[in-house]
Design a protein around this ligand. Structure first.
Ligand SMILES: Nc1ncnc2c1ncn2[C@@H]1O[C@H](COP(=O)(O)OP(=O)(O)OP(=O)(O)O)[C@@H](O)[C@H]1O
Ligand SMILES: [Mg+2]
Length: 442
């Protein structure tokens, strides 16, 4: 962003001072350019014209946050939350503000609320903070250098699972094998055909069917490092105005090759670009895309896997060649897969007389997470019994069959939404696999 451009926009504003979209745009550019005092002024002017303009309120709160006017930020954020108690962005910034002010109990409450709103939401920073708080360490001095912060936010791990821990999913595993594993094993051969190891895979499908699990197992399969990035963490980086962090994240992956860089909830980043643009995160998106393209650096052997429940919200720019150019539908396991998943998760538990085949048959539509839940319920029942009778007995078919019967598959709802997209916005056959799963003929 050039100062020249801002100058021109400011001149335009003098001509039409009541142009709210223009003023918001200017304010946002100033915010991005670290000009918080000026940005604040413009957000205030918008609010004079439109006191309930949510974007201006959010922007104002951000400028306050950046200027360390934390109580002022809280006032604005509470207004936003009164208007919409489910305003995720406001709640998240509120949470971080409270952390800065060392109000850890309140921050923890909001954090829990965030998790209720979006059970998939993870935030390593906040997790870490709460743990630190419990240990009584001071939180006042949290500012760190970019790289350090990146390392703190995103951890490298060597997964202890591989494909043998993943039940079923033969099709998914095969695709990953072809796109990710073979190119690593036979780089010369792939090079001879002008192909490089790298690029991205997008996993999509209903919740709990093993996207995250599969990504992790992929890293384990090739003995690679694994970095699990929640897109909300990346968006937080934007709040912290440290886009350099995104770069250091990719750099971290590049210097730990081979590495699987996993982006969870990637739709949050690609979602509905205009709203992202308005919230000022658009150049974060652009930076993400060019890091993915590997324009400035070599992404060879950095394997990028994205996951989403809502691929239809993802901007098509994310699907261009070299980006998430292979899209894999991760569907609920078939009977055989369900049987394997049950066996995998009951492996280390005391069981007796279990008829895996009949349990698998009775649990059509269940996700891997559903099956895990069934096992938990059955184990719990046995545990209660053991507490009462004083003798520990293995889990049997009886408890498991009962738990299966009482559990409702959690994947149905997702298919209700997916069916519509698959039928009516199935460009380039993107959702053919969903139609196939639903037995719908094109
Ligand atoms: N094929 C599978 N084999 C073994 N376990 C599985 C399988 N699929 C899912 N699970 C179990 O279910 C849990 C939930 O799966 P996971 O978190 O990977 O789902 P997800 O698709 O990422 O869901 P979400 O969309 O909610 O993020 C896993 O931690 C794993 O224990
Ligand atoms: Mg997941």
């Amino acid at each position: 962003m050039s100062t020249e451009m801002i100058k021109q926009l400011l001149e335009a504003l003098q001509v039409s001072p009541d142009n709210v979209p223009l003023r918001l745009h200017v304010a946002q550019m100033l915010l991005q350019g670290f000009e918080y005092v000026q940005a604040e002024e413009h957000y205030r002017k918008v609010l004079e014209l439109q006191p309930n303009n949510g974007e201006a309120q959010m922007g104002l709160a951000r400028t306050f946050y950046q200027q360390q006017k934390y109580s002022a930020a809280v006032v604005v954020l509470e207004q936003l939350e009164n208007q919409d108690p489910g305003n995720f962005d406001a709640l998240l910034l509120h949470c971080r503000t409270l952390v800065k002010e060392n109000h850890m109990n309140e921050a923890r409450d909001i954090y829990q609320h965030l998790l209720q709103l979006n059970p998939g939401f993870r935030d390593d920073t906040l997790d870490g903070l709460f743990r630190t708080a419990q240990q009584g360490v001071s939180l006042t001095d949290m500012d760190m250098e970019d790289d350090e912060e990146t390392e703190r936010l995103f951890m490298l791990e060597k997964p202890d699972i591989n494909f043998s821990d993943v039940g079923g999913m033969e099709r998914e595993k095969k695709e990953i094998e072809l796109k990710i594993i073979k190119p690593l094993q036979f780089p010369d051969l792939f090079k001879a055909y002008g192909k490089k190891a790298g690029g991205g895979i997008l996993l999509y499908g209903p919740p709990g069917c093993g996207k995250t699990y599969l990504a992790k197992a992929t890293a384990g399969q090739i003995n690679a490092e694994f970095i699990n990035v929640g897109i909300h963490d990346v968006l937080d980086m934007w709040i912290g105005n440290s886009e350099k962090n995104l770069h250091s994240l990719f750099e971290m992956a590049r210097s730990n090759k081979p590495c699987v860089l996993f982006f969870d909830e990637v739709d949050a980043l690609g979602a509905n670009r205009t709203s992202m643009r308005n919230s000022g995160a658009s150049h974060l998106i652009n930076q993400f895309l060019s890091e993915m393209d590997g324009i400035a650096a070599d992404n060879e052997n950095v394997l990028i896997i994205g996951a989403t429940n809502a691929p239809w919200h993802l901007d098509p720019a994310f699907r261009r060649p070299g980006r998430f150019d292979r899209i894999i539908f991760v569907e609920p396991p078939e009977q055989q897969g369900r049987e394997e998943i049950l066996k995998i998760h009951l492996k280390d538990k005391p069981v007796k007389d279990v008829d895996y085949a009949s349990l698998a048959k009775a649990s059509a539509g269940f996700s891997g997470a559903d099956l895990k839940c069934v096992i938990d319920v059955a184990v719990e029942e046995k545990l209660m019994e053991a507490l009462e009778t004083g003798s520990a007995m293995p889990v049997t078919q009886k408890e498991l069959a009962k738990a299966v019967k009482n559990h409702k598959a959690t994947t149905r709802e997702w298919f209700n939404a997916a069916r519509n997209y698959a039928l009516y916005s199935n460009e380039a056959g993107l959702y053919d696999d969903v139609l196939k799963y639903l037995n719908i003929k094109k």
